[in-house]
Design a protein around this ligand. Structure first.
Ligand SMILES: [Zn+2]
Length: 92
């Protein structure tokens, strides 16, 4: 039972990782096209956030999907829409 649950979690994390990798690539491409400095700063901050989440998944996959504020689980549907979410619905 526990093993099966872990397997599902691993599969979810792997697919979330793929999504975030694509988001990072999109963001990097976007930054190259941006002319406005203010917009570029915003995009760079977003990129940093994405990369931070990606590093977390790589270094400590168990902590992915845990809300940084209340330490509860982030809702799966929220992670589906926003793979880089670090807080749950209640804390956002
Ligand atoms: Zn929370």
């Amino acid at each position: 039972m526990k093993k099966r649950k872990e397997k599902i979690a691993e599969a979810i994390i792997e697919s979330q990782k793929q999504k975030i990798v694509l988001m990072v690539q999109d963001c990097e491409r976007h930054i190259e096209l941006v002319k406005n400095t203010k917009e570029m700063d915003i995009q760079k901050q977003i990129l940093q956030h994405y990369q931070k989440v990606l590093n977390t998944i790589n270094d400590n996959p168990d902590s992915y999907g845990i809300c940084v504020r209340c330490k509860g689980d982030i809702e799966v549907d929220r992670l589906e829409i926003m793979p880089t979410a670090v807080v749950c619905k209640k804390c956002s």
